[in-house]
Design a binder for this molecule. Structure first.
Ligand code: GLV
Ligand code: MN
Ligand code: MN
Length: 408
């Protein structure tokens, strides 16, 4: 099935009728539909599919004559809450389309070529980014992860079982993976500025999520004098402003994108405000400094407001430098047009987790004309997506083909 047909098939799955965005949370019916779609596409191509106990999928094209460590590509199919169509699925659909191209050209790989789909990449349900690949690489253990809870208090272990999976059935193994190449829509406008449809990643900024719990005293919104209040909303509001200022001053990123308020009543001073800080910086030290500065200002303000504050790290990803030799080889200055630009990203990816686990890893980015991502407005042109498929096919052919330099 051609790229455009696969894209059309995926379009309605998990799409919100109101926003047009995607709600493809892991271990929900939308995600299981996506998993079935992937299984069908793999079956149609005769790929050998393995689905593990938590829903990660890896499908191998292993024609006769292939041997040695394989070349893995792929991405994820889950989305943030009300996300775009491209973040994740573009890498999976492009991987299948790239294999189709190679086959139609009669290409015979020397090494197996695999397509992986990792679950809960966004951490949108259980708060831990790249959870599937973290579990597969051992960066997170199942005994810890199974206790994570979603917004409704459901434990991960129960959610996985309720989705018809058996978490005790084990995880896919990456033992036979020689290198990983993830194609992804760009989540910025760097490639627009460089007038390039495709780019190669140099690395990923360190980033993470911290839960700030501001506790105060519930009280009447009318009868409680302003000076008598212990209002955690004020402490939170000042903290959100401080985070923004701190990030601007340091040329880093800080966002409060999710807040929960108890009891969340219009005419009551709240007793508890929980807010999640997403922070990103260009070095690990700068990230620690940024989060430390925000937490310090929040504590100072809490003292003035008569509230209390606790800060808990929920998901932290260190800085990633992708295999530089692999990146410059893929960027290929000899390619027509002088090669693909090599750019850094502030977004997290399973590729970062595999790279941290020691797998030689690279990423290809496809131009995003607006730069918008994690939003229903995320987009990429069909021409650029097809250029991405062609780029990925070239890369897979180079890495899985004959010759001493083939594998990373
Ligand atoms: C993943 O997309 C992230 O960087 O949040
Ligand atoms: Mn993604
Ligand atoms: Mn994302």
């Amino acid at each position: 099935m051609a790229f455009e047909e696969m894209w059309r098939d995926l379009a309605p799955i998990g799409r919100s009728a109101t926003s047009g965005g995607y709600v493809r949370q892991p271990w929900t019916s939308a995600e299981s539909e996506l998993r079935s779609w992937f299984a069908e596409e793999c079956a149609a191509r005769g790929l050998a599919l393995e689905t593990d106990g938590i829903g990660n999928q890896v499908a191998w094209w292993r024609p006769e004559g292939t041997s040695g460590p394989g070349v893995l590509t792929g991405s994820h199919l889950d989305s943030v809450v009300d996300g775009g169509a491209y973040d994740g699925p573009l890498g999976v659909v492009s991987a299948l389309a790239a294999i189709d191209r190679l086959r139609s050209r009669g290409f015979q790989p020397d090494r197996p070529v695999g397509v992986g789909v990792f679950v809960e990449e966004e951490g949108s349900r259980f708060g831990r980014a790249c959870l599937g690949s973290r579990l597969v690489t051992g960066a997170t253990t199942w005994s810890e992860a199974r206790e994570l809870t979603d917004r409704d208090g459901v434990h991960l272990g129960d959610a996985v079982s309720a989705a018809g999976l058996d978490p005790d059935a084990g995880l896919v193994s990456l033992d036979d993976v020689g290198c990983f190449v993830e194609l992804h829509v760009e989540q910025g406008r760097d490639l627009v500025g460089r007038d390039a449809a495709v780019g190669v990643a140099s690395g990923i900024w360190p980033h993470g999520r911290w839960r700030f719990e501001f506790a105060g005293e519930a009280n009447h919104a009318g009868t409680t004098r302003m000076e008598d209040r212990h209002d955690p909303m004020l402490t939170y509001a000042m903290t959100a402003l401080a985070a923004n200022k701190q990030a601007r001053l340091a040329e880093q990123r800080a966002t409060f994108g999710r807040v929960e308020v108890v009891p969340n009543g219009t005419n009551a001073v709240p007793s508890l405000v929980t807010a999640w800080l997403d922070a990103r910086a260009d070095t690990d030290g700068a990230l620690t400094d940024l989060v430390g500065a925000v937490a310090r200002q929040a504590h100072d303000r809490a003292e003035r407001d008569g509230t209390t504050l606790s800060v808990t790290a929920e998901s932290v990803s260190g800085s990633v430098a992708f295999d530089a030799a692999l990146a410059s080889r893929l960027a290929g200055p000899a390619r027509p047009g002088g090669g693909w630009p090599v750019i850094a990203t502030q977004a997290g990816h399973d590729a970062g987790i595999l790279s941290a686990a020691g797998v030689p890893t690279a990423m290809l980015f496809v131009r995003n004309p607006t730069g918008v991502s994690h939003s229903p407005a995320e987009t990429a042109s069909t021409d650029d997506c097809l250029a991405g498929v062609e780029a990925l096919a070239e890369v897979l052919a180079e890495l899985a083909g004959a010759g001493p330099g083939a594998s990373a």
